[in-house]
Design a protein around this ligand. Structure first.
Ligand SMILES: NC(=O)CC[C@H](N)C(=O)O
Length: 199
């Protein structure tokens, strides 16, 4: 009985880093798909979850908060244990191995070089439909002061580009999007992340 229940989908517990940014929107998406979503405010909560979403927000603020709450080392361990991480927008900036310009990268968990606020002032926020590798139809992508990926290492699978710039990618158990899948009705990026967790 117990082992059967453990396979029930609601037993997957997906965390959303809850220090700043689009936290509730992600929790809502996880719940809509029938899974348990937990707002993560302390590093010891990482032990309870099967995967973690690093939401959009302001990456400079986020990294300061992550440092002061002691998240840096525990997140490296979380990733070393092959627990999946999904970074959207600022979350993607935090996962990058390199940042364009003088700013030092933060977690350096994914072999991507990221340019922040990359689409310029005129295009602070916009929505486009994009073909995504593995999806059978285009995805509505909402960009807000979005970064893009300038280059990737050979472990990285490019999932989507917009105007020649990489805006979604995957490396082993890490998924990133420059856009905000939590702001559209389309659940496919969350479904993809959940598949990565179940693997
Ligand atoms: N919507 C977002 O997450 C914006 C990201 C922000 N421009 C940054 O670099 O931190």
């Amino acid at each position: 009985m117990i082992s059967e229940n453990l396979h029930h989908k609601s037993f997957l517990n997906i965390g959303v880093l809850g220090l700043q940014g689009a936290v509730e929107e992600h929790i809502k998406k996880i719940q809509e798909l029938g899974y348990h979503g937990t707002i993560i405010k302390k590093p010891d909560q990482l032990d309870q979850i099967d995967g973690l979403i690093l939401p959009g927000g302001e990456s400079t603020t986020l990294r300061k908060l992550m440092d002061s709450y002691g998240f840096f080392q525990p997140l490296l361990e979380f990733s070393a244990n092959k627990k999946p991480i999904f970074g959207t927008c600022a979350g993607m900036v935090l996962l990058a191995k390199k940042l364009e310009g003088s700013e030092e990268a933060y977690l350096k968990l994914m072999d991507i070089r990221v340019k922040r606020n990359a689409f310029g002032r005129q295009r602070e926020s916009f929505e486009v439909t994009l073909p995504i590798q593995g999806f059978t139809s285009d995805f509505p992508a909402v960009f807000i002061r979005a970064p893009y990926i300038e280059s990737v290492g050979n472990q990285v699978e490019v999932l989507s580009t917009y105007k020649g710039h990489i805006v979604a990618a995957k490396q082993e158990q890490i998924l990133v999007t420059a856009f905000h899948p939590e702001l559209t009705e389309d659940p496919r990026f969350f479904q993809l992340f959940i598949q990565m967790i179940k693997k």
